[in-house]
Unconditional design. Structure first.
Length: 237
């Protein structure tokens, strides 16, 4: 299906959200991704296709892709995307992915499962969709977000903090390099929770793999861990 760029929203100096409309409605569950094909002249070895999370929530009724333009050697795909005018078209295929949240069974006073969301840099994208979706459905946000970034420019910071004001059980902890999310930080969040809790990790592949190892060392069973790997980034970006 073809989708058309209708708006570009600068989130930070290097991160932009691209908002698209589609001729037929696209259905997705908060946290899922799309597969994009973007033909362009002289593509580099990484080619003309990419996966990107849908960073918008379904109720927003548009597809939003949020990504970073590398300071050095951005791919031909990213150069073309960032320089595209409004009206540009991209090809996408159906949404996919299980980096989603099981909704609590009852709305009335059910705090739902306690969730721990670990985000590395641009790995925040699925959480925006999930958190806004929970809020829109008037469901509790029983979440501790551990959010690491290489500098102070946290993407979606304002939107996240607005949610934290209306949802007292939503807590955000920021980590700016060289400060990292340590075992103790995860342990502190885990200590408060029931055995039903889930830990989500989203970010660059190397970071996600490292946390997977840490969580297993901490004794978390595989069925309480969800991972979203972003290949192509070498560290927290
Ligand atoms: C399910 C899924 C969901 C995803 N969701 C998102 C998302 O929401 N947002 C997002 O941004 N990404 C997401 N990704 C990752 C995305 O698909 C890209 O892999 C990622 O954005 C990197 O893009 P790029 O390959 O165009 O590289 P770039 O972003 O252009 O570059 C990445 C890094 O590689 C370095 N580099 C580039 N070329 C060279 C070279 N020749 N030599 C040395 N270093 C080089 C750059 O300097 C930079 O540090 C997702 C991936 C998956 C699988």
């Amino acid at each position: 299906m073809k989708i058309e760029l209708v708006e570009k929203k600068r989130e930070t100096q290097s991160v932009t959200s691209f908002i698209f409309k589609s001729p037929t409605p696209v259905k997705w569950v908060a946290g899922q991704f799309l597969f994009y094909t973007f033909p362009h002249n002289n593509p580099d070895q990484r080619g003309v296709t990419r996966y990107f999370t849908v960073s918008s929530a379904p109720f927003e009724e548009h597809i939003m892709l949020t990504t970073k333009l590398a300071d050095k050697h951005p791919s031909s795909f990213k150069q073309k995307l960032f320089s595209s005018p409004i009206g540009m078209e991209l090809e996408v295929t159906d949404t996919d992915g299980d980096f989603t949240v099981d909704l609590p069974r009852s709305k009335a006073g059910d705090p739902g499962k306690k969730l721990i969301f670990i985000a590395g840099g641009i790995g925040i994208t699925p959480y925006r969709s999930i958190l806004l979706d929970l809020d829109h459905k008037n469901l509790p946000i029983n979440v501790t977000l551990l959010y690491a970034n290489h500098d102070n420019n946290f993407v979606f910071k304002e939107e996240l903090e607005t949610l934290a004001v209306t949802h007292p059980t939503f807590k955000i902890k920021y980590f700016v390099s060289p400060k990292h999310i340590e075992k103790e930080d995860i342990q502190e969040a885990i200590d408060e929770i029931t055995n039903e809790s889930m830990v989500y990790v989203s970010g660059p592949e190397v970071m996600t793999e490292a946390f997977e190892k840490t969580l297993k060392e901490m004794g978390l069973p595989e069925d309480r861990i969800k991972l979203d790997f972003f290949p192509g980034y070498d560290s927290i970006k």
